[in-house]
Design a protein around this ligand. Structure first.
Ligand code: ARG
Length: 461
């Protein structure tokens, strides 16, 4: 473009043009760019830096350009490098020389930082909404299956019975932390860089607070060098997204396991599974697998951006243009994963009987038997030893604990009395009635708390 190539004697090499252009991907920022320009133009007029009439022309031109883009009539040109120059060039075509006044007291450096922050603020709002959506369906199926028991695992070995609702609420908690992380990252994103100029501020009597208000920013940046080169907010979004994807990936992994014949605790709805092109019997949990897989690319974007930033001297460097594709892909990946996971969880069929069966086998109540002996006065370590021997005996006999009689129990300790035979899955659950435990009463309280959080009531502890 003539005015940015002013001091050069030839056009950029074609390959260089392609290499440096960001418009193929930053055209996605057109709304933010136009909103930023409109606010800037209004401020320039209010401050008497340009006339009201010029500002009006500029604003009307920008609104018309937004319409052109939205109707697919706008021709993005790679030789104009980025979204900012594309819009400015089109404005000049529409309103003539006055268009050149828009860039008074502004640089593309503070302009792009402003656009990207506006974009991130919207992305954060959508992300929180998506997280809330998955939390809501987790809560719905937890409530609808309140009595369902599953084996709880450690080391992927059956450990102790837990309520399915308790297990699902674990994911609710993870996503709650994610919501908090995005809310927190919003505070540092919600800062207006415009007014920083190229790097040192601008020599015009601008009103930054006015622009901030117009654009909905709650603060203005306090150091121009930092403001044009800071991309912490991108990294923070990507870091929070990485954690959220990690949580969704773990949920995906469990649903892959649970929908296998080996577990059989749930069945995926047909709409969330695919068939095999060779094995007619297969029903594959591809949505859960892809969610698990896509966590990797989001981590990649986080690592990529951290690496891009680490050696940059102040202030703006063109390297910063590398912030966008990774960020956009992170937002797209997280939002789509949240949307499909909400549908997948909502339509899960819980196989209560199969899960309940699994939760009563494999000596899963051994800890409860040890706790029984503790209540009779035996130190826990001793009780553990006694029950370990009892289990070993039962394994040899090919019996479960509840299939043994009192005589057999008493071979291992005289403390066993008839009521040891009353230990069962529900007594095991009921016994764990502490805050955060799996007792039905506690899980009920957690369900209510979770409901409160979703209703914006805070929940409380
Ligand atoms: N496309 C550029 C970016 O994304 C816009 C800012 C360009 N600034 C510059 N001084 N070349 O970072």
């Amino acid at each position: 473009m003539s005015h940015i190539r002013g001091r050069f004697h030839k056009d950029a090499d074609k390959l260089v043009q392609q290499y440096t252009a960001s418009v193929p991907f930053d055209q996605r920022l057109y709304q933010q760019d136009i909103a930023g320009s409109i606010a800037h133009a209004k401020m320039l007029a209010k401050q008497g830096i340009i006339t009201d009439k010029d500002a009006e022309l500029i604003v009307m031109g920008l609104v018309a350009i937004r319409g052109e883009i939205e109707q697919g009539q706008f021709q993005f040109k790679e030789e104009l490098e980025d979204i900012h120059m594309n819009i400015e060039a089109r404005l000049a075509e529409r309103i003539g020389d006055v268009a050149g006044k828009l860039h008074t007291a502004r640089s593309r450096n503070d302009q792009v930082a402003t656009d990207l922050r506006l974009y991130c603020k919207e992305a954060i709002a959508q992300t929180i909404e998506g997280l809330r959506g998955v939390q809501a369906v987790l809560l719905d199926i937890a409530e609808a299956n309140k009595a369902v028991v599953i084996p709880g695992y450690t080391h992927l070995q059956r450990a102790q019975p837990v309520l399915l609702a308790h297990h699902l609420l674990a994911y609710f908690e993870m996503l709650e932390r994610d919501v908090q992380r995005f809310q927190d990252c919003l505070k540092r994103t919600d800062v207006l860089p415009l007014g920083s100029g190229a790097l040192a501020g601008v020599p015009y009597p601008i009103d930054r607070a006015f622009v901030a208000k117009q654009l909905g920013f709650s603060q203005v940046s306090q150091n121009s060098l930092d403001a044009v080169s800071d991309r912490d907010f991108v990294i923070e979004y990507e870091a929070a997204a990485s954690l959220a994807m990690m949580h969704l990936s773990r949920l995906g992994e469990e649903l892959v396991l649970w929908s296998s014949a080996e577990f059989g605790f749930v069945e995926m709805d047909d709409a969330y599974a695919t068939g095999s092109s060779i094995m007619p019997q297969k029903k594959n949990p591809d949505v859960a697998e892809l969610g698990r897989g896509k966590a990797g690319r989001v981590y990649g974007h986080l690592m990529g951006m951290l690496a891009t930033m680490k050696g940059l001297p102040l202030s703006y460097n063109r390297d910063l243009q590398e912030d966008k594709e990774g960020l956009f892909d992170t937002v797209d990946t997280l939002l789509s994963t949240l949307a499909v996971f909400a549908g997948m969880v909502k339509t899960l069929k819980v196989k209560a009987e199969r899960a309940g069966q699994a939760a009563s086998l494999n000596y899963i109540l051994a800890t409860d038997v040890a706790d029984y002996l503790v209540k009779k006065g035996l130190p826990f370590r001793r009780a553990h030893e006694v029950v370990a021997k009892l289990v070993s005996y039962a394994v040899d006999k090919g019996k479960e604990l509840h299939e043994m009689d009192l005589g057999e129990y008493r071979q291992f300790s005289p403390l066993f009395e008839a009521n040891v035979l009353d230990i069962n899955v529900s007594s095991s659950l009921r016994a764990r009635s502490i805050v955060g435990g799996t007792a039905p009463q506690q899980v009920d309280a957690q369900l209510a708390r979770a409901r409160g959080l979703l209703k914006g009531g805070g929940g409380g502890y």
